[in-house]
Design a protein around this ligand. Structure first.
Ligand SMILES: Nc1ncnc2c1ncn2[C@@H]1O[C@H](COP(=O)(O)OP(=O)(O)O)[C@@H](O)[C@H]1O
Ligand SMILES: [Mg+2]
Length: 230
């Protein structure tokens, strides 16, 4: 989905929300019909009716998760900015994930430049960006053997004097055809995925007048990078 400045284009966003909520609603109707047919037989098929009812419950949960995700995406009306050191935000984000990282056996390599300028930014939102990128890295690394699970987080100044943050994993990586779609709201390849994490990250970074993009990393994995004007 295209984005204009800090806002999603309203009609496109509305269209993808409508699509995303319609799917579980259609499934609820189909499963409720199946349930009624199963119960309406001369010999009611209770087992089948129960299965249909269980699917209705999970369709309902899916729909409400979609709504929750949209709320999370739209909650950020204003930025509360203050001068901050990006390396501190990286440290906080990693600390909040430390248990998960340890449990998954992921080794973390840090290359944080010591002499960066301060950035004027919303600390909570930037932390959310880094945590979302790290969560995606963790998801991707779950699919490779433990000994090859690593993430490198680096910070530096780019050629324009912006602060550049990179999160690079050694996970499964991305197909060329997916690479162009991962920032679309609701695009996901994960069974449990909602497909909003990267949309939220991009909206936050662009609200800070920065850029966020992804490139394949070598020999495997993906590198996400974002800039923040300093
Ligand atoms: N580090 C990564 N390695 C491989 N694929 C990734 C990575 N991060 C994101 N992706 C791809 O981008 C998709 C969208 O990510 P995201 O917006 O966070 O939604 P979700 O995590 O709910 O699927 C993922 O489903 C996955 O296909
Ligand atoms: Mg995600």
């Amino acid at each position: 989905m295209r984005q204009q400045g800090r806002m999603f284009e309203a009609d496109e966003l509305a269209a993808s929300i409508a699509h995303e909520v319609n799917q579980p609603l259609a499934a609820i109707v189909a499963n409720a019909q199946c349930c009624l047919v199963s119960l309406g037989k001369p010999q009611p098929d209770v087992a089948r009716a129960r299965e249909a009812a269980e699917r209705i419950v999970s369709n309902g949960f899916h729909a409400s998760n979609v709504i929750r995700g949209i709320r999370a995406m739209l909650r950020r009306e204003s930025l509360e900015t203050a001068p901050l050191r990006i390396n501190d935000v990286v440290a906080d984000a990693l600390a909040s994930l430390s248990r998960q990282l340890r449990r998954s056996g992921i080794s973390i390599k840090l290359r944080l430049s010591p002499d960066l300028r301060m950035v004027l930014a919303d600390r909570t939102q930037l932390q959310q960006v880094i945590v979302n990128l790290m969560r995606n890295a963790i998801d991707s690394l779950a699919q490779v053997p433990k000994r090859s699970r690593s993430v490198e987080v680096s910070t530096c100044l780019d050629e324009n004097g912006s602060v550049l943050v990179a999160v690079s994993d050694s996970g499964v990586g991305l197909d060329e055809q997916h690479l162009g779609r991962i920032f679309e709201p609701f695009f996901t390849t994960r069974k449990e995925g909602m497909g909003l994490g990267l949309s939220i990250c991009r909206a936050i970074v662009e609200a800070h007048r920065g850029r966020l993009w992804a490139t394949p990393s070598l020999p495997r994995g993906v590198t996400f990078q974002f800039t923040l004007p300093s």
